[in-house]
Design a protein around this ligand. Structure first.
Ligand code: EPS
Length: 381
């Protein structure tokens, strides 16, 4: 893999760290470039109390000199401000750590599977890493990927398609400023109001809500990804990236869900020459055919289940007493679909930037620019 990243860090540990390897030398990168997406990820109606504590900032500790990437691994750190309140619970030192085991596992959460897997007798040892807090590190890395793609005119954006039973009426042309000013990142103000009300109602009932987010990448060069092997198909890589987001249970590319129910005549995108430019009449394939980008916008939908920590806890078992019990509750979010869209953007950007580097190579940005430019010239001809 040309572009790789690894994250580390517990939800209430000292910090999150991400190492992003494979970014060419010569990309302008400043800490402030990563601030907006980190802030967007923290927002959205339905977030819990934690977000009032955190002010996520990615500190660049390696891979950049004088504002330019060096071609060496880029290391970013995001401090957990809440760690101050969890120093004893999360202490590294055996003499300092304070344990109060959590054994009433939450249905739908990693608690049970993680405890079985690691032989843990305290769900704290599981939930700290299974927590979606980790996605802050992905968004920081994704910010770098977006900067790289931006150099070639590609943008990656997202909106909330639905929350619970409320579906947005998605306009043909999306007003991205309106999406960003909506408290739920809805592309349609009217459904945005209904989504907010649905989240408030869920909160009142001690419940949680899931939904669907849509990521759209525009200006992506054709020819990224390959049908050469199962693991080089870009649609497969995007699907894995999206479903790896905590609570994401399904993914669709383009009109994927609908396409399964329609005859071929209603599904396939007809290629056309429009003013001498090669394109398609429609983009139901979501910019990918044969696992390869076809020059149309890449459209990916992520389907999230509701958050598994409920204020009105579900029935479960206590692994210590082996008796029926009510699930453990700790401060949580009601709905994170608006934030998940931002995480989806980061994951899509990382996959697309990886595919771009895979196809065009280049150790420096100037080399990459030359390679992309030469290819695009040929394709345009
Ligand atoms: C999460 C529980 C909540 C969320 C957290 C994910 O954290 P806490 O237990 O500290 O209130 O806020 O998400 C984040 C911290 C974040 O940055 O997104 C969980 O259990 O997954």
């Amino acid at each position: 893999m040309t572009l790789r990243f690894l994250t580390a860090g517990e939800s209430h540990g000292e910090r999150l760290t991400v190492i992003l390897d494979g970014v060419p030398a010569g990309l302008t990168l400043r800490e402030e470039d990563l601030v907006t997406d980190l802030r967007r990820r923290q927002g959205g109606h339905g977030r819990g109390g934690r977000m009032a504590i955190e002010h996520d900032v990615a500190h660049i500790v390696a891979g950049v000199r004088g504002g330019l990437t060096l071609g060496s691994p880029i290391t970013l750190e995001i401090a957990n401000r809440d760690w101050e309140n969890w120093r004893q619970v999360m202490a590294v030192d055996a003499a300092e750590v304070k344990r109060k085991p959590i054994t009433r596992v939450r249905p739908g959460h990693a608690d049970l599977a993680g405890m079985l897997k690691y032989g843990a007798d305290d769900a704290r040892d599981v939930l700290e890493r299974a927590s979606a807090r980790e996605t802050a590190a992905r968004v920081a890395a994704g910010g770098v990927a977006k900067l790289l793609l931006g150099q070639f005119g590609s943008t990656v954006r997202s909106y909330t398609r639905s929350i619970g039973a409320i579906e947005a009426r998605v306009p043909a042309s999306i007003d991205w400023e309106a999406v960003e000013s909506s408290p739920v990142r809805s592309p349609d103000p009217k459904s945005g109001v209904a989504m907010v009300a649905a989240i408030d109602a869920a909160r009142e009932h001690g419940d949680t809500l899931g939904g669907i987010f849509t990521v759209i990448a525009e200006g992506v060069p054709p020819g990224l990804g390959s049908y050469r092997q199962w693991d080089t198909r870009l649609d497969g890589l995007l699907a894995q990236a999206i479903v790896s987001i905590p609570a994401c249970k399904a993914v669709a590319i383009g009109d994927g869900e609908n396409a399964a129910r329609q005859p071929g005549s209603q599904v396939h995108d007809v290629p056309v020459y429009d003013d001498g430019r090669l394109g398609h009449e429609t983009n139901r394939a979501g910019g990918l055919t044969g696992g390869v980008t076809n020059g149309e916008p890449v459209v990916v939908h992520g389907f999230m289940k509701p958050i598994s920590t409920l204020l009105k806890p579900l029935a479960t078992i206590d692994l210590k007493t082996k008796q029926p019990a009510r699930a453990h509750y700790e401060r949580s979010d009601i709905c994170v679909v608006p934030a998940a869209g931002v995480v989806g953007e980061a994951m899509v950007a990382l996959v697309l930037a990886g595919a771009l580097l895979e196809k065009f190579g280049g150790d420096s940005m100037s080399e990459l620019r030359t390679n992309v430019g030469a290819y695009l010239q040929t394709v345009r001809r």
